[in-house]
Design a binder for this molecule. Structure first.
Ligand code: B12
Ligand code: SF4
Length: 490
């Protein structure tokens, strides 16, 4: 029998084949939504399909007793697996309402709500809207009037007025203890051997035209106060004995004073944590010596910087509001203070020219020289809806999905963009290879020390790549084909 108090929150798998990375991250989006529900006495089951091989059985057995199912998703594979979950529930004859939330449904609420497996879309911040939905269902009421939702009934799509965004400090702590086996989310990584993900803010004040934040949170940035962060960290330490934190904030250092106070608190409370967080390059030019010193003493392992491009033209087109010089400056300042910095760069923007891509490689090499190792990640432009760059990609031949079902099979990277062909990707990977070995990182050197074969491989690759970098000579990449084939001695 259905339990009116029971809610299921489902976090679909976020990859088709192999994971993006070797780590296991706690599903913060559904954890956040669950916090007020638990506080109001709801019986909530959190299902993270990324760690539950038998998620379908679990979902069905839990759904039999539940009265509401919430599914979270971003653009990409999660839509495919979210739909698979909803289909399984309906195929089992279960009629509980299925509500979707997260970035993708928030950006395309009408289109999403028209899918037969979507009873309502929750737009933007989800805590209070989901609480009201669940409460109405518990009371046996209709949820059609709930603020912040979009739904389609009898072919008509209704967009209810938005819900004012609440101060995130008013929400209860994320209930990590309610995850099935919370320990599986501890990762052995650079910030600590027992590191977990955690988030202290929502939104971003910047306006980058390829990113979801300005669209979903309207350039507002809402953050926990330092005391709140510190008490959450103390909970994570006492509950899971964590020694590392990966902040999942889109941008963490918006207010220098807040960042400083959190770090002072970590030091004063003797927490002993390693951590890393996203920063915008220009912010680093404004921090005081005291801030750098305190951030470092509180365990800051690295600033994670979305540099995106080394081309002024591209940076302007995407309204990143940074200059290539900011990227280099951030590397100098972080290195001077003995703090690591890592960058994410993107190539393959719509309309990007070979010269502009070359400018990006120059800046990537520039920062590698400053920090003494290749410290960037290369990404291919992945179109996501609701921003100017996506519209430009559409003008240049991107096939735009027209329904949630079509989004389910949309490849955010390669196949949907005419210019992102194998040849293009290979040329970029080849150039990256020369930087990886021309400026070998600690990680590459550590791998090399594992066997004689690996040492020989890294030695050869570094000698050739180093010479190529010195002479800026990228033609006839026979060495790349050979070395790539050998794959570091297997
Ligand atoms: C960590 C992360 C990942 C991890 C996820 C691992 C994990 N287990 O968490 C990995 C590496 C897998 C990943 C992959 C990708 N990501 Co990502 N990721 C993030 C990141 C940095 C943090 C997510 C998070 O934990 N947020 C914290 C939670 C609390 O916030 P939230 O999601 O906003 O949740 C609130 C609301 O959205 C809503 N809500 C969310 N779910 C639900 C569900 C219900 C039922 C309800 C009612 C409400 C609701 O309520 C919540 C509380 O207010 C975000 C940026 C960010 N800071 O959010 C980008 C972000 C979500 N990713 C993004 C993108 C683009 C991608 C990729 C497409 C990148 C790529 N090039 O391939 C892939 C797609 C993979 C896929 N779709 O399956 C975009 C989303 C754009 C979009 N259109 O969906 C974001 C916003 C980054 C950005 N600034 O543009 N990502
Ligand atoms: S700074 Fe980062 S999070 Fe903020 S809008 Fe730009 S890309 Fe998005």
């Amino acid at each position: 029998m259905n339990n009116r108090n029971k809610v299921i929150l489902f976090y679909p798998r976020n990859h088709f084949g192999k994971q993006y990375h070797p780590w296991t991250w706690a599903p913060l989006p559904i954890l956040a939504v669950s916090a007020p529900l638990f506080a109001e006495g709801f019986d909530v089951t959190l299902i993270d399909a990324n760690v539950e091989p038998a998620w379908t059985q679990l979902l069905l057995s839990e759904s039999r007793r539940a009265s509401l199912l919430g599914i979270s998703c971003m653009t990409g594979p999660q839509i495919h697996f979210g739909l698979e979950a909803a289909r399984a529930v309906r195929a089992a004859g279960l009629e509980l309402p299925i509500v979707w939330g997260g970035y993708h449904p928030s950006i395309l609420p009408e289109q999403t709500s028209r899918n037969q497996y979507v009873d309502a879309v929750v737009r933007g911040q989800g805590e209070l809207t989901m609480l009201e939905l669940a409460s109405r269902i518990r009371e046996g009421e209709d949820f059609a009037g709930v603020a912040g939702i979009t739904f389609t009934r009898d072919g008509e799509t209704v967009t209810n007025p938005g819900r004012p965004v609440a101060d995130i400090n008013s929400f209860p702590r994320l209930p990590y203890e309610k995850l099935r086996n919370p320990r599986q989310y501890l990762n052995n990584m650079h910030v600590g051997s027992r590191a977990i993900n955690y988030v202290t803010s929502q939104g971003c004040p910047a306006r980058c035209q390829f990113c979801a934040e300005p669209q979903v949170y309207g350039r507002a940035w809402r953050a926990y106060k330092p005391d709140r962060v510190l008490s959450d960290l103390e909970f994570l330490k006492s509950f899971l004995d964590v020694n590392g934190i990966m902040y999942f904030d889109s941008t963490y250092f918006v207010k220098e004073k807040r960042a400083l106070e959190i770090s002072q608190g970590i030091i004063e409370r003797g927490m002993r944590l390693g951590w890393a967080a996203n920063a915008r390059a220009p912010q680093l030019g404004k921090f005081s010596e005291e801030t750098f010193d305190t951030l470092k003493r509180s365990g800051l392992w690295a600033f994670l910087v979305g540099a995106e491009s080394g081309s002024e033209t591209q940076l302007e087109a995407m309204q990143k509001d940074i200059a290539p010089e900011d990227i280099l400056m951030a590397a100098r300042v972080a290195t001077r203070h003995g703090i690591k910095i890592t960058y994410s760069f993107i190539v393959g923007f719509p309309g990007e020219t070979e010269t502009e891509i070359e400018e990006t490689w120059r800046v990537m090499e520039g920062v590698s020289k400053i920090v003494g190792e290749y410290n960037s990640q290369l990404h291919f432009y992945a179109p996501t809806p609701g921003n100017a760059l996506y519209d430009k990609a559409a003008e240049l031949g991107l096939t735009q999905p027209q329904s949630l079902e079509e989004w389910a099979s949309f490849n955010t990277v390669a196949s949907s963009l005419p210019w992102m062909n194998k040849g293009f990707q290979n040329r970029q990977r080849q150039r990256e290879f020369y930087l990886v070995y021309g400026y070998p990182s600690e990680w590459v050197r550590r791998r090399a020390s594992r066997s004689r074969l690996r040492r020989a491989y890294v030695g050869a690759a570094s000698a050739i790549s180093g010479a190529r970098c010195r002479h800026q000579f990228w033609q006839f990449p026979v060495d790349w084909w050979l070395l790539r084939g050998v794959r570091e001695g297997g």
